[in-house]
Ligand binder design. Sequence first.
Ligand code: ZN
Length: 500
Amino acid sequence: MKTEELYALLRRRGVLWPTAEIYGGASGFFDYGPLGTALKRRIEDAWAAWFLGLSDDYYLIEPAEVLPEASVRASGHLENFTDPEVTCDQCQTAFRADTVLEKWRPDGIDGLSPEAIGALLREHAVHCPNCGSTRLSVPPPFNLMFPLDLGPTGRERGYLRPETAQDSYLAFPRMWDVGRRALPLGIAVIGKAYRNEIAPRQLLFRMRSFTQAELQIFFAEGAFPVPLASVESEIIPVVRAASRAAGTEDIQRVSVAELVASGIPDFYVFHLAHLLRFLRDVLGYPAESIRFFEKSDTERAFYNRIQFDAEVRVESLGGFREMGAVHYRGDYDLTRHGAGAKRDLSVALQSGERVLPHVLEVTFGVDRNLWALADTHLVVEGERTVWKLPPHLAPVSVGVFPLLKKEHAAMAQEIRRRLFAAGMRVEYDAAGSIGKRYARMDEAGTPFCITIDGATLDPASPDHGTVTVRERDSKAQRRVAVESVEAAISGPLRLPRPSA
Ligand SMILES: [Zn+2]
C-alpha cells in the first residue's frame, strides 16, 4: 500500500491519528486509538518477553522522562545532539541537511561541518525542496532536546530525555547495589523519548515524541559468556561495511560461526541473532525483508565500536528502514557519567578486581515497527482487507458473534465471558451480516472468530454443543465443542519466548 492509503486506513480504523486533529494536528505527534494502543502494548510486551527472557540478570525499570541538565551535559547531548539544518532564505522553511543533500550524499553527512555543508550546497547549486530557490543557508547547529524550566523560578534546567538509554546508565550504580552485584547486568527501559526534529516526516518514522524499547547490558570487558550454541543454526543477512566500501550493497547470508570468525565477538553475535529471531519469528517480518546494515568507522558515533542497524523493508516508506540496532559502546557511558557526577562508577567483581563496565546496547523503535507491521501485514485480497498480524500481536484475539442477535445471545455472551476471564481480548459483535462482522475483524487483524448458531443450541442437531471457529488468513471454518473453544485457539495467542 502507498503511505497515504495506509495512513487513511489506519485513521479510519482508529489505530492512530494526528494529535489535536481538530486544530490541524501537531507536526511530529500522533495519538493511538484503541486498536493502535492495544497493538503497541502487544509489541512492547512481546519485546519484554523476548529480551528479558534472554537472561535472569536482565531487568525492566521505569525511570522518569526528565533528565537534569548535568546528566545531559555529561552524556554529550547538550553539546552534540544536533542535526545539521538547511534553511531557505526565500520561503523560510527549515530542512534536515541530510535530506536536502540525499541525492549527492546518499550515505549521509555525518561529521560534516556547517561550512562543508554550505560548500556542498553551492557546488551542486541545490534548490529548495519547497520553493525551488537556491538561496539556502546553514544556520548554527540546533539542539534536538526539548528544554524545560523546572519549578516557578525556572532556575533549574531539565530536558525531556532524548533517548531512554541514558536512564539505564544513570540507574546502573543503584541497580548494582540492589542486585546480585554481578556482571553481566542488563537494564531495560520501555518508554517515551522526545526529540525536537527539524522536519518530522514519514509519519511514525520520525516523530517528536516516540517510544523506545532499549536494553543496556553492562559487562566486564572480555567476560561476557553467552550460550552461542543456541543460535548457531541462524543465517544472518548482513551488509558489511567492508563490502560496501568495495562497491556492493548486496545482502550476504552468513552463519553465526562466520560472523564470529570475522572478528565480531560472541556476545555481540548472540544478541544480533536474537534480534533477528525477534523481528522474524515474533513480529513476523519475512526473512527476505530483514538485513543488518553495518556502519563503518566514519558513519557510526565515535563511541560505538561495532554497530549493525536492523533494517526492515517497508514498501510504503520506499525501502529498507532502521527498526533497531545493536551497539557495542565500550565504557564510554560510565566514563562520561563518572566524570560528570564526580563518582567512581567502577565495580568490584567477586575476584576482587575493579572494572568499569562496558555496554552492549540493543535498541528498538516501537512506533516505527507498528507502522512496519501495518505495512507488511495489512493486505488487500480482492474485496477483503486483512491485517495478517501474528496472532500473539493482534489487538483483539477473538471475535464472538451470535448468528442471530437475540436467539443466540445468551450462549454467545457466556463464551465471551469465559474467553475474557481466560485473559483473551474479546470483541462481541452482533450487528450486521456475518460477512460484515468477519470483514471488520479481518481489517483489525483478529485471528479467530467464533459464531454461535441454531445448531449450537439444537439438541436434535449433530452439531449440538459446538460453535464455528473461523481462522482469519485461510478463512477455514471448523466446528469445535463449546467447552474446547479456549484450548482450540489459545496456542497461537501465547507470546513467544526465546528457547535457551
Ligand atoms: Zn524555499
